[in-house]
Ligand binder design. Structure first.
Ligand SMILES: [Zn+2]
Length: 169
């Protein structure tokens, strides 16, 4: 059966005004009360995710509202220090004006979590060697202060699935 043709309604243009919105000038309220537990966890060397009781989605870093069912998640769960690359790209250091040294930037999914966040690999890693599913481990900052950068970066660990994919000679 042919689909009915889409009819776009014509609106009469009345008046136009040039203008722009500078979104950087807007001020946003950010509720820190929920991140307190998370940041205290980081200080103590714990990876804490926030679980939604309604749909069991675990967010890491914690989200104030569950994106799936709009409920306030309230169950803290301890997650392991392992993670994996969800997706990756390359970026340049601001001082690298000639863009000679691309370095990897990754979206990380902490094991046991359903959400991702952006983070860094050691800069000496060639971004072309990064792949989706690459197993990682948290590298803590030398001194943990209860802040986001207590997780200094992620480091690749041995991938057991590579052995499985090797062809027998
Ligand atoms: Zn939910």
């Amino acid at each position: 059966m042919p689909l009915p043709e889409y009819i776009k309604k014509e609106y009469k243009r009345t008046k136009t005004m040039p203008g722009s919105w500078n979104l950087a000038l807007y001020k946003y309220k950010f509720n820190l009360s929920r991140t307190k537990v998370f940041l205290k966890g980081l200080k103590d060397g714990l990876i804490l995710g926030l679980k939604c009781r309604s749909c069991n989605t675990v967010s890491f870093p914690p989200r104030l509202i569950c994106g799936r069912c709009l409920v306030k998640p309230d169950q803290w769960v301890r997650l392991p220090e392992t993670a994996s690359v969800a997706t990756a790209s390359a970026t340049y250091d601001p001082n690298d004006k000639l863009r000679e040294k691309p370095r990897p930037i990754i979206a990380v999914r902490q094991d046991g979590a359903d959400t991702v966040w952006l983070h860094n690999l050691p800069p000496e890693i060639d971004f072309r060697s990064v792949y989706i599913g690459m197993p990682l481990k948290v590298v803590w900052a030398k001194e943990r202060k209860g802040q986001w950068l207590d997780i200094d970066h992620y480091e690749p660990i041995e991938d057991p699935s590579i052995e499985l994919n090797k062809k027998e000679e």
